[in-house]
Design a protein around this ligand. Sequence first.
Ligand code: FAD
Length: 436
Amino acid sequence: STSVMWFRRDLRLRDNPALLAALDDGPATALFVVDPAVWDGAGAARRAWLAANVLSLAERIPLAIHHGDPREVVPRLADGRRVHVSAETTPYGRRRDDAVGGRVELVPTGSPYAVGPGLVRNGSGGPYQVFSAYARAWRERGWPEPAAAPRSPDLVPADSDPKAVRLLEQAVADAPLDLPGAGEDAAWRRWRAFRDDGLRHYKTERNRPDHDGTSRLSPYLHLGVLHPRSLLAEMDTRSTYANEIAWREFYADVLWHHPASAWADLKPALRGMRYDDPVDAIEAWKSGTTGYPIVDAGMRQMMQVGWMHNRLRMITASFLTKDLHVWWGVGARHFLDLLIDGDVASNNHGWQWVAGTGTDASPYFRVFNPVTQGLKFDPQGDYVRRWVPELAHLPGKAAHEPWKSDVGYEHGYPPRIVDHAAERAEALERYQAARV
Ligand code: FAD
């Protein structure tokens, strides 16, 4: 063959401009490399999800699967041929691609986003700092129509490394939880079901973790099993749902302009903030035993299904940062270990948003009250009872306040590890002291 299609975060055939570019270039070989820098650091659920989607792709096309540092593996296998990719825009991905690009001819086409990070600019050519302004410009700039899948992808088979294939198969076998259906067809089925049924209620339902009101497409979008452009082509781009897609694009843009913000405060204003390292409390937060029902329900949902509702991501992140006074990076790291949609741009900036160190909006002094949040967004307590069996005996909203019931602690639910009102005051004091 004359070219190589190196799949990374674009594990799909439909609307894959890089794949089309590779095929245009002559007969191509498709390649996936299990990169230890990504693989070894990922939790078991994330590995299983990645593996399942790679193997699903390999059922549809001849895909050569290898293992090792791409800087070494890709040039060796390319053997002088051009290598087509969709552009990677995370700090690690950019470093890796720069290094690979120094050794082979690397041809990027498209990216995992409707509008590539770095392309939406303000009047003076700089990046947008604020979401609403970004989203407006993003819509105005627009994106191309989705491309079709190649009719019969003319891919030339090439050998896999059997050890790499076994590694993926083993990861799927070792999945610690039930994964969603892997692969492009499953992703499209989910999108169509949501488009035809959920989309019109999304605006009101999206904040209700007790209902199944969101699309749950994030794990597919993360690996590029679906491209956001395919979704945007089938909806009103002014809709609330399109706005959420825009958040994903915004955070990727922020990360592109500020690679350091993956693990450092984006805004310097709170760099003087005093943080704690309460080992036992962090453990209670991780294991869903803080004694605050809505917080524990969210953390347990993540442990059991590798996904957490957005409202719960905000509530649990607020609890760690504001009630336990822990630096947001600790929580972001933990989420990335467990979430099958774990994405450094959306996750780490989502954490910074809650912590008040990130882009615009949420000021530090906005502290979520875990009880009123629970009562408001899970008004019947269904979500709590579903994920916290020790509270399943408490009817209705009583599940949110076991301390008010004589039988609240009868099934082993733990008492609250902190007093929210006191910690809220403490958080505000620290905030005042840190402000520069
Ligand atoms: P839907 O409500 O159906 O939204 C559709 C799509 O829009 C999502 O799949 C996602 O791609 C995008 N989206 C929605 N909300 C956001 C948002 N606030 N920020 C960025 N993109 C958004 N999202 C991730 O994909 N990966 C993460 O690791 C991640 N970590 C988060 C951590 C914190 C602390 C917070 C507050 C949010 C995080 N989010 C993350 C954003 C959001 O919670 C998830 O995208 C959403 O819950 C995924 O479920 P869904 O597909 O049903 O979303």
